[in-house]
Write a protein that binds this ligand. Structure first.
Ligand SMILES: CC(C)(COP(=O)(O)OP(=O)(O)OC[C@H]1O[C@@H](n2cnc3c(N)ncnc32)[C@H](O)[C@@H]1OP(=O)(O)O)[C@@H](O)C(=O)NCCC(=O)NCCS
Length: 134
């Protein structure tokens, strides 16, 4: 994960695995008419949890999220793609980097919007931590 958000735009292609793709709908807009950041964060959390769940072979929960910066507004109608990459696996936790890229069908443009790290913990049916079977 880069510490310099000026570098984010310069990454030419997405890394990680495409785990979630969706459409930015008008219902998710802020008062400026652009997409609300909280919605984007929830998509990132979902994307990371899909990846974490596949690694943990079962139920996971989000225990922490790192800082993130929103570089460009997300317009309504854009295709939002979340790419997840495992950074570290612990006894019960998995740290995942989630990158978000946009694709505009109108302009053909594809660019990175943000990235963030999320930590998930494998849990059992009672919500208690369980070790990840490696
Ligand atoms: C996730 C949860 C089950 C962990 O319980 P816990 O008693 O804190 O468990 P532990 O202290 O054994 O920690 C479990 C793992 O999480 C890691 N962890 C805990 N807090 C962390 C944090 N703030 N940042 C990063 N990792 C963290 C620990 O290092 C440990 O990793 P490891 O097993 O790979 O070594 C519990 O905190 C919980 O239920 N939290 C609420 C989760 C939730 O509702 N998420 C949705 C938010 S809306």
């Amino acid at each position: 994960m880069t510490d310099n958000y000026d570098d984010l735009d310069e990454e030419p292609i997405p890394t990680g695995e495409l785990t979630l793709q969706t459409l930015a709908m008008p219902a998710y807009t802020n008062p400026n008419g652009d997409i609300f950041g909280g919605w984007l964060m929830s998509q990132m959390d979902l994307a990371g949890s899909i990846k974490a769940s596949s690694i943990a072979c079962g139920r996971v929960t989000t225990v922490a999220a790192g800082s993130m910066a929103f570089l460009r507004p997300v317009p309504v109608g854009a295709t939002v793609s979340c790419y997840a990459e495992v950074l570290e696996t612990g006894r019960s936790s998995i740290r995942i980097l989630v990158d978000v890229w946009l694709y505009s069908a109108e302009t053909g443009e594809r660019y990175k919007v943000t990235e963030g790290t999320f930590v998930y913990v494998a849990i059992d049916d009672n919500g208690r931590t369980r070790p990840i079977d490696r």
